[in-house]
Design a protein around this ligand. Sequence first.
Ligand SMILES: [Zn+2]
Length: 205
Amino acid sequence: MNWFAPFSCPYLFSFSTNFLCIFYENGLYLTQFILFLYFMERNYGFMEKIASFTIDHIKLQPGIYVSRRDTVGQEVITTFDLRMTSPNDEPVMNTAEVHTIEHLGATFLRNHPDYKDKTIYFGPMGCRTGFYLLLAGEYTSQDIVPLMIRMFEFIRDYRDEVPGASPRDCGNYLDMNLGMANYLAKKYLEQVLYHIDDSRLNYPV
Ligand SMILES: [Zn+2]
């Protein structure tokens, strides 16, 4: 297609040709517009909000929530949102303790006899209110409560050198705060995990 055709048309002399050209131009603009819509839909899906942005964060309390279940080939992957602080309501975690929890949580999961092969990803939310955990398989939030209790007890009680906190293993190895990681794990256990109920296991609708 000649994309410049609409601009060249007004310079034609013949009225009839010009007249036809207007329709032709409009046809071209319409074609371009339809192609533009097709391109946007194909590449950006009209920039739909991703699922976790559609949750009302104002009502959100710390808990364990399933935010997605995706089918990849034959396998279902469940994404959990491990919310540790109430968004827009209390201070977020600082990066050093988030980083430490990431290292300890990943170490725990990658060494777990049942979950090491099911763990796809564990890492922090950009807003620093919690973590994402992706597991191979179809789960409910309730299914992983015992696993999360064991993981956060591990983080709460950990006093040794943080695994992977060395310049060879990590991109920012000095940015660690084990004391705050211990404290936040204890808080999450006592305020949420030890007596979790449906209100902290399902996103508010
Ligand atoms: Zn690191």
